[in-house]
Ligand binder design. Sequence first.
Ligand code: GDP
Length: 298
Amino acid sequence: KRLVSGLSKTRDNIVSGMDSIFHGFTKIDEDFYEELEEVLIMGDLGVQATYDILEDLREKVKERHIKEPLECRQLLIDSIKEQMDVGETAYEFEEKTSVVMVIGVNGVGKTTTIGKLAGKLRAQGKKVVLAAADTFRAAAGEQLKEWANRAQAELIGGQEGSDPAAVVYDAVAAAKARHADVLLCDTAGRLHNKKNLMEELKKMNRIIDREFPEAFRETLVVLDATTGQNALQQAKEFNEVADITGIILTKMDGTAKGGIAVAIQAELGIPVKYIGVGETIDDLQKFDADTFVNALFT
Ligand code: GDP
């Protein structure tokens, strides 16, 4: 229910436009497809995904000799789901200790998301260690400390300006000593300085490889859904410097641009693992493409 209400603006943006097309047209012609295309693009599904979805819809319409525009509604829903299919994704936070690098530019909601994630995992009875490896911003460490206290997770930090890799080293040692289930590493996502970012991530990853080879590894990118196509662009850029295993889309509650989740999965093939639909711990939700599309189209 929270998902459905959280997505209300996105639903209004995409689905009402679509439904007026399905109900307004009497036959399936080029105009019909053109209007659908416009709604999908305006709904932030992205140029590539929109093209692929509509190609797929055209094929289905042809194959099944569909004549009624209204019959296309379900076909379109199916096409969107198919384009979003990224196959089986590894199940995180199970059995082995998970070491999760979290990256994202300032302001996207990275610290809040790490805090929510820590709270969620703690509520499931998991042992969580947080690494404040964004040592470039003093405020980031402070904010993370508050979340750590709230979630009762252990925080490993460093001095402002200290080597983030050293913080990760200490955090890995702590996670091993405490037999933690999850180590969440907050990192500085300085996209404007890709070379440095890449070097820094490499250095941290090398330390984890060496000190904790048996850990399950994840690299999650946090993106602000309200920035729409910018979020897609950021995902592409981060994907050039790191092996991204998942995306977290924040602020899905306040935006009509939630269609960006479709663009990201369809275009990059990277799963959106969580979405933020508000500011409390409960507002971080596991993302599943089918549930998402169903919630949009109900
Ligand atoms: P950071 O700079 O990336 O670490 O961003 P913060 O974690 O400080 O978050 C920036 C702002 O976004 C804060 O005011 C958060 O409360 C807010 N925020 C984060 N996630 C969400 C979300 O899912 N929904 C809403 N509405 N606000 C969010």
